[in-house]
Write a protein that binds this ligand. Sequence first.
Ligand code: ATP
Length: 228
Amino acid sequence: MTLLQVSGLESFYGASQALFGVDFSVGQSEVVALMGRNGMGKTTAINSVLGLIRPRGGGVRFIGRDIAGMQSYRIARLGIGLVPEGRRCFPNLTVRENLVAAARQGPWTLTRINSLFPRLEERQDQYAHSLSGGEQQMLAIGRALMTNPQLLILDEATEGLAPVIRQDIWAAIRRLKADGQSILVVDKTLAELLPVADRCFVLEKGRTVFSGKPDELTPELQDRYLGV
Ligand code: ATP
């Protein structure tokens, strides 16, 4: 079953067009990678899906409903959980308070988050601002999961983190996948992303230029679309 279907998406910043026709989809229990070099439109596409930017053209359907232009809190309530670029937890709440504040009914509970990220359990009474960058990222993922989303979106979840912490985050993503969680991932570390992805989409200059399975994204295509 298709959870999210984005077709022909066009978005603008003021008069300046950033997306010219973006297509991608995420099916139930699928991990989908949204890729592209810096500035190609990945964050704009995600923000357009979430209603943080109002798309001016194309369609966004989530579990069969047209959500293009819907207010972002309503989209979130329908079951999309975002882990935004740059994390954004409540700095003056503790780890536990951050998690509990996000909670909605469903299989994800504090106990389950603590088993996914034991480091968070060890720090449950610490203020979020006192956490390391990697721990804040775990908390941001935990918060999104506590909303019990049908679709989890991770925007650059491993960026700027120490290698060992990145490994922890990727291990968590693999566990979520094994649990059947549907995930849309934006990340630049292909070596980690491609093995976990069921399908990938590549954006270039605000357009989808590739869609397919990770093994169809040949080294030549990687070089053309993702090389620096
Ligand atoms: P990155 O990996 O660097 O986050 P990205 O693929 O997510 O890149 P976007 O941030 O979506 O790319 O940017 C797409 C285009 O929109 C770029 O040309 C960028 O300059 C432009 N853009 C992004 N944010 C704004 C903004 N707030 N105002 C105007 N233009 C913007």
